[in-house]
Design a protein around this ligand. Structure first.
Ligand code: ACO
Length: 433
């Protein structure tokens, strides 16, 4: 029997039967509920999409109450344990983990796109010496659109695949150049023979005339962090990617929009803010006063809370383990002690318990990044690199979904109903100059 929902409109005493669709109702079905023939019909009002599914997706599954995260059905813990980032990018974009042969050719396909047009370098040179690397990254990704006008042909699946390989390959180079520009150091060309993550770290840290050996533990730690950040279903950045992409804008400008959304302190920018917060706290003795300040609404505890997770973020749990591997090589970041104590106190505090606020992915990642030698300005860039795989997978899924159209929400108009421009002091029929 078809599952349905019965709604009675008490304004008219009419009853409507609305079919369930995969446990939801289609809000368009509410439009039939009208007061009278003039009425537009009932809409859903849901600022910030608190309870609205904007798409069907087969990419990422999250159960926020149970703390579950899966990409294409695989638990994040297993992917982080046994795969490398490019395998996971393949999984997100092509639906399956690659076999050995497929991984070899996929890696080669992506890495051959690591090089940038020399004019991209010139473009980056135009940024001020202290430009934030995230601002450089966002702008330069958008600028790639002018280098690859073929990308506008988004309806051709082969063209789409080409832009995906390009973007995956070029993002680490753009990120590394943004970092080197920020420090005033010369850019280092990619070496496609190195792995994805090792190549990225080499582009960041290589000094002219000196050999650059990346410690395998650090390279692996960053690769796992890339896996953890690769996708997270319909978050703010992904929603921007789908929304901008739904107008059939090309993937470079759509990715720039997603990266811009990610840069905000309530989203991917939180990792940078966590470090600033730990600096501000300064010592364990100051934690109780700081927590009181968050409870009285003066500020938020950065790296805590999540729209979807009402349990420990499974990524934060894995990151805590990675921290141990990194600190074995780099020595312990003294901020870890403050972070651990902050977490302990917050998790016992009624304010946080009642609101189900737990550490999220950003709480510990910054501490690791800093121990690895990154400055806080770079943290969100490190988040954006792997998230490109997720954005592109979601973008392609959106384009192939016959139900998707240009994203265009409705509104409830609350302004003046109708006013007329005063004629006094104006020439009839003419605007003021
Ligand atoms: N510190 C203190 N109180 C908090 C925090 C926090 N970090 N997060 C939420 N709350 C409180 C709110 O004040 C609110 O309390 P109230 O019910 O008394 O008004 C309640 O918890 C619910 O918060 P909302 O803002 O309604 O939750 P929402 O789902 O809209 O926000 C968000 C989620 C933005 C992540 C929020 O928890 C936050 O600002 N966290 C800090 C920033 C952060 O770490 N962002 C990274 C998220 S992970 C990511 O994007 C990669």
């Amino acid at each position: 029997m078809e599952e349905t929902l019965t709604i009675t409109d008490n304004r008219t005493n009419r009853t409507y039967t609305i079919p369930f669709f995969k446990g939801c109702i289609r809000t368009a079905d509410l439009r039939q509920i009208r007061k009278d023939a003039e009425d537009f019909g009932v809409m859903g009002y849901d600022p910030a999409f608190m309870n609205t599914a904007s798409c069907q997706s087969s990419i990422t599954y999250i159960d926020g109450d149970k703390g579950i995260l899966r990409y294409r059905g695989y638990p994040i813990e297993e992917l982080a344990e046994s795969c490398n980032y490019l395998e996971v990018a393949h999984l997100l974009l092509r639906g399956e983990l690659p076999d050995e042969q497929q991984l070899r050719s996929w890696t080669q396909e992506v890495m051959t796109h690591a090089f940038l047009h020399e004019n991209v370098k010139k473009f980056m040179d135009g940024f001020h010496y202290d430009a934030h690397p995230m601002g450089i990254l966002i702008s330069t990704v958008a600028a790639l659109s002018t280098f690859y006008p073929d990308a506008r042909n988004i309806h051709d699946p082969e063209v789409r695949k080409m832009q995906m390989r390009r973007l995956l390959g070029k993002i680490p180079t753009l990120a590394a150049y943004a970092y080197r520009h920020h420090l005033g150091r010369p850019y280092v060309y990619p070496d496609p023979d190195l792995g994805f993550t090792e190549n990225f770290l080499t582009m960041l840290w290589k000094q002219r005339g000196k050999e650059c050996r990346i410690h395998p533990a650090l390279s692996r730690a960053l690769d796992v962090l890339f896996i953890l950040h690769a996708d997270h279903e319909q978050n703010c950045g992904t929603n921007a990617m789908r929304s901008v992409g739904s107008s059939h804008a090309d993937p470079y400008v759509s990715t720039a929009a997603a990266a811009a959304a990610l840069s905000g302190p309530l989203h991917g920018g939180a990792n940078e803010e966590v470090l600033r917060m730990l600096d501000e706290i300064g010592s364990k003795a100051n934690i109780p006063a700081y927590i009181e300040g968050t409870k009285s609404g003066q500020r938020r505890l950065m790296g805590f809370g999540h729209r979807v997770y009402k349990n420990y973020d499974p990524r934060a749990r894995i990151i805590k383990k990675i921290a141990e591997d990194v600190f074995e090589v780099t020595g312990v970041n003294p901020k870890l002690e403050i972070a651990l104590e902050l977490e302990r106190i917050a998790l016992e505090d009624e304010y946080f318990v009642k609101r189900r606020l737990y550490p999220n992915v950003d709480f510990y990642s910054g501490i690791i990044y800093q121990a690895m030698g990154f400055s806080p300005e770079m943290f969100t860039v490190l988040f954006a690199i792997p998230r490109v795989a997720g954005w592109l997978a979601q973008w392609a899924e959106m384009l192939e979904d016959p139900e998707q159209k240009i994203a265009r929400p409705r509104q409830i108009y609350t302004g003046e109903w109708l006013r007329h421009v005063e004629a006094a002091g104006r020439e009839a029929g003419q605007a003021r100059t």
